[in-house]
Ligand binder design. Sequence first.
Ligand code: DOR
Ligand code: ZN
Length: 344
Amino acid sequence: MTSLTITRPDDWHLHLRDGDMMKAVLPETARHFGRAIIMPNLIPPVITAKDAAEYRDRIMSAKPDNSKFQPLMTLYLTEDTEVKDLRAAAEIGLIHAIKLYPAGATTNSASGVADFSKVQRVLENMAQIGLPLCVHGEVTDADVDIFDREAVFIDRVLDPIRRAVPELRVIMEHITTKQGADYARSGGDNLAATITTHHLVINRNHILAGGIKPHYYCLPVAKREEHRLALLEAATSGDKTYFLGTDSAPHTDENKLLPCGCAGCFTATNTMSILAEVFEKENALDKLEGFASLHGPAFYRLEPNKDTITLTKGDPVTYPDRIETAQGDVTMFDPQFPLHWRVT
Ligand code: DOR
Ligand code: ZN
């Protein structure tokens, strides 16, 4: 096969940031993707309906003139989130999900939830109106090894939440483990999982073996090869539980390369080329459309995009090593294998 036309994909987990950084990274996503779930972890975070409406307006005015890209807004769940505000924002279609960050789990997550009993009423209201919860699934306890934090989160936090509020619709975001993939698969219609591009490509050796590679450091951190293989199996299985959420998370090289560097891989630009290569290697090109374009809208109760993109196979495609922004350069995720599929 040398050409593949699929329904235009969406990105169900994206960091656009704000200001100059947003201006630089937004066109990279808008080029291929119809819509994206926009993460609310700005400084300060997007907490109220008013914050989300203003952020959406900034995105709409920063996007390229001819682009039909649609940002799907989210609110950042805090222990003080107001049910009334959240319900009003959902009713007018302003927000499509609420994001749960355990306090301290990752970039700008200090305002996240520490005491889960404090958000129980909010979760019950979300279940009532069918508003999904996007979950960053890692415990933050210092005594839990960073490579175990996802599996422990499922047992200690996620499973109890789902038992307490069974009708709540949950997306386990950027799963990185076999335990995550298995739990998502076993969860019925109210549970789904997103998988990033980079977690289909790297394992922890890419970060740590032969010298430390800050550009492969993200959260949740990539795990052992057996876990990458479980994610690959899940993504290419055709199971509607799983869909694409790139977690493309731009940080300037300056901030990535600090002694305490930021977590995040920037994949907005080359994701579709990488995914086509990865799915082809698994003999699963026929499953790419489900993963990137169909399963996500089905879970979010939206129509798939009406238009298509075409991927064409040929000589290796080259992407720039980094994109320039007014805040500094942002290095693009390097899959370390040639890419033969381009979006034409
Ligand atoms: O690697 C990550 N980067 N993981 C997250 O959860 C947050 C993100 C960011 O905002 O940079
Ligand atoms: Zn993220």
